[in-house]
Design a protein around this ligand. Structure first.
Ligand code: ZN
Length: 395
């Protein structure tokens, strides 16, 4: 007998439940910045449901630093791009280093964001079905409950441009690099051409700096409602948790973790691995982050351009068996809760959905609302997790 939705009707019902949770979190409660009363409301909602289904719920304090309005590495990137083309005669090294600087910028920014001193506090929520068992679970499902500060643009057209910002600026950086190289080799370059490329760089720098310097809008517009990021992950895990609660005895020790302050620097995940180092030996971790949009389901395979961080190969294989249509994803701009787990030696992986190109203009914006959620994708994710669980039980 299967212990998770196996018929299309059961799957439909399970996905509908997930969608209801997403509605409550993203529409009724709304934006859930870490440490806010809205996030507490969301934690209470999740905690109330899990307790009702028989889970033992535990809250663990997390200290974090809120997302800074000004990101120092990106501001330096903006200045470098703005001036490099104009001073390539005097400081050619700046133009020659520029594209490489832009390559490491996302990784450097992540490092900078994560190394700020915590000033605020919130909570992670851990739920186990068999609370009396003190040993670590075999499987830990994880989703972050907080939402991000919204990009300070509220026009879809500008947001389409914004989501391609780094792509476009990287091209400007290569153009400045190429002209500086030609000049260094003594090739004659028309001054008009040089000025045009320098001006493009300045425009790009202004755009990047301007995004940082735009004052925050009114509170209700300052944060994303986070329907996809990540009410979708929380909703799917709640639907799975409800199904599992009907299984007695549970074939595998399983726990659920809902983290805080993922968006301001993975504080919840990092605190958790520090507090539970002994779990690394036995507990496999499956994160779900942004699983409600698009038509392709991905597993995060690695992160970062230089010295990349890999997710667990065995889990990758297990998920490919569970759902052979999964596609690998290489995060070069972003990170997620899977990262602290992988760094701490856990076997961990993350699922994420999206379009074929993965560029999503509503990511971290006020437009990340429940209307954007694709119920078919929720079904696909639940089906994949069920097949994975079935296989974990058999193995
Ligand atoms: Zn997220």
């Amino acid at each position: 007998m299967s212990w998770l939705p196996s018929t299309p009707e059961q799957l439909e019902l399970c996905a509908r439940r997930a969608l209801t949770h997403i509605e409550v979190l993203a529409s009724n409660i709304g934006a859930r910045p870490s440490g806010s009363s809205a996030e507490r409301q969301a934690l209470d909602y999740v905690s109330g449901l899990l307790t009702g289904w028989g889970y033992e719920v535990q809250r663990e304090a997390v200290a974090f630093a809120p997302t800074p309005p000004l990101n120092l590495p990106y501001l330096l990137g903006a200045i470098a791009l703005g001036v490099a083309g104009w001073v390539s005669g005097e400081f050619p090294w700046l133009a020659l280093a520029l594209p490489f600087f832009f390559m490491i910028l996302p990784q450097w920014s992540r490092w900078w964001v994560q190394n700020r001193k915590p000033t605020h506090s919130s909570e992670n929520l851990l739920a186990k079905l068999d609370g009396k068992r003190s040993e670590p679970p075999v499987l830990l499902f994880c989703a972050h409950i907080d939402t991000a500060r919204a990009v300070p643009l509220h026009h879809p057209w500008l947001l389409h441009l914004y989501c391609r910002t780094l792509d476009i600026l990287q091209r400007f950086a290569w153009m400045i690099f190429a002209l500086a190289l030609l000049k260094a080799w003594g090739w004659p370059v028309a001054p008009g051409f040089l000025y045009s490329v320098a001006a493009l760089g300045s425009l790009g720098g202004l755009w990047l700096a301007g995004l940082q310097l735009i004052p925050s809008p009114a509170e209700e517009l300052a944060h994303s409602p986070g329907a996809n990021d990540n009410a979708s992950g929380v909703g799917v895990l709640l639907a799975v948790a409800e199904e599992l609660a009907t299984q007695t005895p549970l074939p595998l020790p399983i726990a659920f973790l809902f983290t805080t302050a993922e968006e301001s620097g993975l504080y919840g995940g990092r605190d958790f691995v520090q507090a539970h180092p002994e779990w690394a030996k036995t507990t496999r971790v499956v994160c779900v982050d942004m699983v409600g949009k698009g038509e392709v389901l991905y597993y995060v395979a690695k992160e970062g351009l230089f010295n990349p961080l890999y997710t667990d190969r065995e889990l990758q294989q297990a998920f490919l068996v569970a759902n052979p249509s999964l596609q690998p994803l290489w995060h070069t701009l972003r990170s997620g809760d899977y990262a602290p787990f992988c760094q701490a030696g856990f076997r961990a992986i993350s699922l994420e959905s999206g379009g074929k190109s993965l560029s999503d203009w509503s990511y971290h914006t006020v437009f990340d609302t429940v209307e954007q959620i694709n119920p078919e994708m929720l079904k696909k994710v639940i089906k994949t997790l069920s097949a994975f669980l079935e296989q974990s039980r058999a193995g």
